[in-house]
Design a protein around this ligand. Structure first.
Ligand code: URA
Length: 241
């Protein structure tokens, strides 16, 4: 048995919040009767309809996208900008990103229509490691990078210990390339961490998400995850290995 709003959301008809609204508005019927309460649970044998349209469960699908810069990480954008779902014109399922990469950040992003999987990966206690490559202004001193490694105070708390690798520098342009591996997902975390040590990010790319990388993908490309990769991600999020 599952909650009615969850069944509607899983069918890709609406987000869970929107599904709740539809129920409260009296647009949802179960076995022909209008249901206006949010607590109701239904089974696979119940006939659910939204505004007269039968609800059928979507098969779960899982992808990685090499998100380009200048793209919004949400299913729709009210300002009409390009979104990550625009890269999946052939996919009929209602997929959305697991977490976010900000507008100017490129790199690896998981997309799915499986809400439980997305919630599992996004839960603060289950966060997997992600590696970012940042081009930053200036040439950070060793101690500053050490402070990123240990954890640095941001306005919403101290960051957890991170891995930091100095990759290269451009003396003429006074910029450096630094690899940063974190497992948290605070809003704009990487940009804010570098900002906090006085070396703002000029360019940012997420290279890995757990064991997944961008090998074989060009910017804007996507590929389906294998059932084994999905299983591995679930297990990593749940048990940390
Ligand atoms: N940290 C950022 O600053 N931006 C992202 O997109 C992801 C992590």
């Amino acid at each position: 048995m599952e909650r009615l709003q969850k069944v509607i959301a899983h069918a890709g008809l609406a987000s869970r919040r929107k599904a709740e609204e539809l129920i409260l508005e009296g647009k949802v019927t179960v076995n022909g009767k209008v249901v206006r309460e949010l607590g109701v649970k239904v089974s696979g044998n119940d006939r659910v309809e939204v505004a007269g349209v039968p609800v059928e469960k979507e098969e779960p699908v899982y992808f990685i996208l090499y998100k380009p810069r200048g793209v919004i990480s949400s299913a729709i954008d009210d300002k009409g900008r390009k979104t990550v779902t625009d890269f999946f014109p052939q996919i009929k399922e209602r997929i959305y990103p697991v977490g976010r990469l900000d507008y100017d950040t490129s790199g690896i992003l998981i997309m799915t229509n499986d809400g439980d999987f997305a919630n599992l990966l996004m839960h603060p206690s289950n966060q997997v490691e992600k590696t970012y490559v940042a081009k930053v202004k200036g040439i950070p001193l060793r101690e500053k990078l050490k402070s990123l490694e240990k954890g640095i105070m941001l306005e919403d708390g101290k960051t957890a210990p991170a891995k930091v690798k100095f990759m290269s520098l451009d003396k003429k342009k006074e910029t450096s390339i630094i690899e940063l591996t974190i497992h948290e997902g605070k809003n704009l975390q990487v940009r804010r961490m570098f900002e906090a040590i006085g070396h703002p990010v000029l360019k940012l790319k997420r290279e890995t998400y757990a064991f997944l990388d961008l090998k074989g993908l060009k910017t804007g490309d996507a590929r389906e995850l294998s059932p084994h990769e999905v299983k591995q991600l679930r297990s990593l999020a749940k048990f940390g290995k």
